[in-house]
Design a protein around this ligand. Structure first.
Ligand SMILES: [Zn+2]
Length: 503
């Protein structure tokens, strides 16, 4: 993701010129007694300059987008829904009672708006966190009779240690190269820590997702690499950017041919401590993790259709994932994505707008533990891929959006330009091509469906991501409305355009 340059970062100079002219000549024009014919609207002229006169929308439709934009920016619906999902229902771990409660709640809210609601079944993982403690029992300079606490959290899907825990020496490597350079047998019977530091400078420059991708490979593949060398447990340095001794959980992976060993994320601070102490001499840790994995549970994607008036069989998907990790209450990941998609339906209802095509809200289930909900949707709808006109997902938090990511044909960037001008007043006019827009809509993207996501400010997202601090207060109401606005205007544009989006 985030591979290409920005196509339309700022207001087109010609557009700015027209805007200035329009203001300057307006009083003069009004004073003319009999203009020969209705002059072209500013939108007509703007489209003519930007797109050679071609636009997928009529001036009336562009005006409707402006109405939707202005209404969405004032709407408190998404914020109210997010507060309920997070504060009242709470964490929504796949297979949990709260996840089921969230399914029923969101379905009820969508029915109340008059949407046609379907619950589509998906079998999802049912993993439950247990005790998770660790302390050092021997290290250089230890005060006799003491231990030292290590702050960590089990990775999703991890197997347990024995109830009484395990005690073993700790080995620290920064990366794969250091692991490969260890002498044979160096990891056997040990607890191996992957101490890969999150690239905070990359994140601070707005490339949070790239910083995340750089570290998450150790979280995913660490247990397989460690177990294949005979380790008895694996630790990874948390993949995140904050300095508040918060561990970041997330899914890990096992391979059938390799023993499953307990896996946890330590805080960045504890990773540094372990690196320092293991550099001084032997370090021994006592580690206890008691998660349980139950048989897969039946759960649901919530689907709510705002039916199209001319082509109800053609759908535009707006979505976020309803499940969350269990440490926080899943506000930025991804309650925010769900509620901005809910607000699309709310805005259409409030303004009495019924586009030609169906706008389909989807709250995906179990994105965090393997995207089982998305896989079930693809299996169910694979034969009607051609009827999916576009798909939007928000799953990178709720901070200020600077525009729209799109995935598909390059022509999409040109097609979206009039829309970009509608979003210019809220600072969301950038159009950027990307290979990947969202985990849950990846199957649709691969199936040739044009897909989209808000370009969210990712500088702070990974400070809270998958931690106990992912809570309602982290969401700025204005930024949430901006995200809802981007999704609402985009959904309407896709669902009502004269010609469908290029694919
Ligand atoms: Zn997410």
């Amino acid at each position: 993701m985030l591979t290409s340059g920005m196509e339309l970062r700022q207001t087109h100079p010609l557009v700015a010129a027209v805007a200035v002219c329009a203001i300057a000549i307006a009083p003069f024009c009004a004073a003319q007694s009999a203009p020969p014919a209705a002059p072209p609207s500013i939108l007509d002229r703007l489209n003519a300059m930007l797109d050679g006169g071609k636009s997928a929308w009529t001036p009336e439709q562009l005006a409707t987008m402006e109405r939707l934009r202005d209404a969405a920016m004032k709407d408190t619906y998404a914020l109210t829904e997010l507060r309920h999902l997070t504060d009242n229902i709470g964490p929504r771990l796949s297979g949990s009672p709260q996840a089921q409660q969230a399914v029923e709640y969101v379905a009820g809210e969508m029915r109340a708006l008059g949407a046609e609601v379907t619950l589509e079944k998906a079998m999802v993982p049912h993993w439950v966190r247990g005790a998770e403690t660790a302390e050092l029992t021997a290290w250089q300079g230890q005060t006799p009779g003491t231990t030292q606490k290590i702050v960590l959290t089990a990775l999703g899907g991890s197997v347990a240690t024995p109830a009484e825990g395990i005690t073993a020496p700790v080995v620290v490597v920064d990366d794969w190269q250091q692991l490969r350079a260890l002498p044979a047998g160096a990891v056997k019977g040990k607890i191996l820590l992957f101490n890969h530091a999150f690239d905070k400078e990359l994140a601070a420059q707005g490339n949070g997702l790239q910083a995340y991708v750089g570290g998450v490979v150790y979280r995913g593949a660490g247990p397989i690499a460690a177990a294949s060398l005979g380790a008895v447990a694996v630790l990874v340095r948390s993949v995140g950017g904050a300095d508040f001794r918060l561990p970041h959980t997330g899914m890990t992976q096992y391979a059938p041919s390799v023993p499953k060993i307990p896996a946890a994320a330590v805080t960045a601070e504890d990773a540094e401590l372990l690196k320092n102490l293991t550099g001084q001499g032997p370090v021994t840790m006592h580690l206890t993790l008691t998660p349980q994995t139950f048989p897969d549970a039946q759960s649901y994607n919530v689907i709510a259709d705002w039916k199209g008036t001319e082509h109800p069989e053609q759908v535009v998907v707006v979505s976020g994932h309803l499940d969350s990790w269990d440490l926080g209450t899943g506000a930025i990941d991804d309650g925010a994505g769900v509620v901005v998609a809910m607000q699309v339906i709310h805005s259409l209802k409030e303004l009495g707008i019924h586009p030609k095509r169906t706008v389909r809200f989807i709250a995906w289930m179990s994105e965090e533990e393997g995207s089982e909900g998305a896989a079930a949707y693809m299996a169910e709808h694979k034969d009607v891929m051609v009827n999916h006109i576009g798909a939007v997902e928000s799953d990178l938090g709720a901070d200020h959006p600077t525009g729209i990511y799109y995935s598909g044909k390059p022509e999409l960037g040109v097609w979206l330009r009039p829309l970009s001008q509608v979003l210019n007043p809220i600072g969301a006019e950038v159009l950027e091509n990307t290979p990947e827009t969202g985990e849950d809509i990846e199957g649709l993207t691969r199936g040739g469906v044009p897909s989209f996501a808000p370009i969210q400010d990712s500088r702070y997202y990974f400070n809270y991501h998958h931690t106990a601090a992912d809570t309602f207060d982290k969401v700025d109401p204005k930024h949430l409305d901006e995200n809802a606005t981007v999704m609402t205007v985009l959904a309407y544009a896709l669902a009502d355009s004269v010609e469908t989006a290029p694919r």
